[in-house]
Design a protein around this ligand. Structure first.
Ligand code: ZN
Length: 151
């Protein structure tokens, strides 16, 4: 799978909700997304980064490449007031590290691949990745955020 890179306008096109049960195409693409994330040493990947405009992302912050989580139709329901600024990279914006300020935890509602609704709170790095990937699904990139340098 090829990663769609900025400034490809596909990254700016709306993504649509996934219907259950998942189609065979959805299933194959989810497996390929996990594979593609690992191959590129990523810790998160959104479906529109691989040319599939559906509201799906995968994440693995364990660095063991064995803990991939799948998020379908994710909705951020809670954000911490406390924020932290850290450098972030993006597979769609190669060789760029950008300082991004984000809430330190996030409460996320989503569906698993079997169509069951889930709710989970993510902290620190996982919180950052969740927000980064939901941004992708909403057509936002880290390069759009104002950098804190010089402020
Ligand atoms: Zn990204």
């Amino acid at each position: 799978m090829q990663i769609v890179e900025h400034p490809d306008i596909f990254l700016r096109e709306p993504t649509s909700e996934v219907k259950f049960p998942l189609s065979p195409e959805d299933q194959v693409i989810i497996d390929q997304m996990i594979d593609t994330m690992y191959r590129n040493n990523g810790i998160g990947l959104a479906a529109n980064q691989v040319g599939y405009a559906r509201r799906i992302f995968v994440m693995d912050t364990t660095s063991s490449q064995a803990g991939a989580m799948i998020f379908i139709n994710p909705v951020i329901e809670k954000l911490a007031k406390e924020k932290l600024t850290e450098e972030e990279g993006c597979l769609s914006c190669p060789k760029k590290l950008i300082e991004v300020k984000r809430p330190i935890y996030v409460g996320l509602k989503y569906f698993c691949r079997h169509g069951e609704e889930q709710y989970k709170t993510f902290y620190y790095l996982s919180s950052r990745v969740v927000q980064h990937e939901v941004d992708h699904l909403n057509n936002k990139l880290i390069i759009d955020k104002p950098t804190l340098k010089g402020v």
